[in-house]
Design a binder for this molecule. Structure first.
Ligand code: NAD
Length: 354
């Protein structure tokens, strides 16, 4: 199932976090579907960043730089845009930063979510709301099975826990304010996303590409850590499908959804580094970092049976294919290509894959 152009054409879609990695890709995808896209976010979180490089704002109806920790900012941006659909992605998304800035992380990820839901609640135009959280919202039992949508929320570090809280806020808002009305609210949990145009600190692929580019060895902290890797377009395709269902059929779809990768794409860090090193060049190398690091959960696998069977959603690109697209994207950027066109081309390619 792919996003339906007939549905999205002309829809007013309000994104929070549109200047971020996922938000920039989603904004471009919605633009390619003919949607009117509005956004509210802080300035792009890194330099360089996809938002600027792919000239994302050029095709948006409105792009506001503002802080979701301030309710009035959110209320006004939402009221001015009058969206049909809201997709909430703005967050402080980094585990390690959440240890040094727990207050700011909770303020954005929890109260920011309250502000977005409260502002959406006041808007009669809004019919569908998707809150983007993460696989890390689940209480990690460090077991081998995939986590299902009805498993308890939790989170050891402030980031994961703030996303568990964001899920609880979503559930309370749904039951208190949305369930009996015409607005439908769902949450979406995805794994570690990868793709061209991510420069975030402390993420594996950006760290690898930075090292390649600077001609130094890639330094790896946890070579055996396994993460549920997936190309960024995979969960985004899930958010779009879910929003369509929420808009068209309402409460039936208003619940939590996992959009994770296939089981066999949950690979150790070392596997990825070796693959990318080979794809990049014969001079590229990697080595281990022996220092101590804050606790990071070891293994969290999402069970995607529900999205497969009810939404007819499934992952399209395997990890190998995703890495190949990332290397291609990064090389094109270094060569000075038109990156907006390349993003549109990769979205089109994704849409055509089985
Ligand atoms: N990247 C991943 O692997 C991953 C995995 C699971 C879930 N997620 C979730 O997906 C969403 C997007 O993540 P991303 O990887 O694109 O991150 P990102 O850091 O690239 O983007 C975050 C966005 O949020 C905005 N933002 C941050 N604080 C804000 C505030 N106080 N007010 C307004 N805007 C603010 C930033 O400006 C940016 O637009 C987040 O909710 C994140 O938790 C990401």
């Amino acid at each position: 199932m792919m996003a339906d152009k007939a549905f999205w054409n002309g829809k007013r879609v309000f994104l929070t976090g549109h200047t971020g990695f996922k938000g920039s890709w989603l904004s471009l995808w919605l633009q390619s579907l003919g949607a009117e896209v509005g956004g509210l976010s802080l300035a792009p979180p890194t330099t360089p960043n996809l938002f600027t490089i792919a000239n994302v704002a050029a095709g948006m109806a409105s792009s506001i730089i503002g802080d979701i920790r301030d309710y009035e900012t959110v209320r006004k941006a939402m009221a001015d845009f009058a969206p049909d659909i809201v997709i909430h992605m703005a967050a402080q998304p980094l585990v390690r930063l959440s240890y040094s800035e727990p207050v700011a992380t909770y303020a954005t990820n929890v109260m920011g979510t309250v502000h977005v839901l409260e502002a959406a609640r006041a808007m009669n135009s809004v019919r569908a709301i998707v809150n983007v959280t993460t696989d890390k919202c689940y209480e990690n039992k460090e077991w081998a099975w995939g986590y299902r949508e009805d498993e308890p929320m939790g989170g050891h570090d402030p980031y994961s826990n703030s996303k568990g809280c964001s899920e609880l806020v979503t559930s309370a808002y749904r039951r208190s304010f949305f369930e009996a009305g015409t607005q439908a609210l769902a949450s979406a949990r995805a794994g570690n996303v990868i793709g061209g145009g991510d420069w975030a600190a402390d993420r594996l692929i950006p760290d690898i590409l930075r090292a390649f580019q600077e001609g130094r060895p890639v330094v790896i902290r946890n070579p055996h850590s396994i993460r549920p890797w997936q190309h960024v377009l995979e969960p985004l395709s899930g958010y779009l499908l879910l929003a369509e269902k929420l808009y068209g059929e309402g409460q039936r779809w208003a619940e939590g959804w996992n959009f994770g990768p296939r089981d066999d794409d949950a690979k150790p860090v070392q596997w990825i580094v070796e693959r990318m090193t080979r794809q990049w060049s014969s001079e590229a190398t990697w080595q281990l970092d022996g220092g101590t690091h804050p606790h990071e959960a070891h293994y969290l696998k999402l069970d995607i049976s529900k999205a497969r069977s009810r939404l007819d959603w499934q992952p399209r690109w395997n990890l190998e294919q995703a890495l190949e697209r990332i290397v291609r994207w990064h090389r094109a950027w270094l060569a000075g290509d038109d990156m907006q066109q390349l993003c549109f081309a990769q979205i089109a390619e994704f849409n055509q894959s089985e």
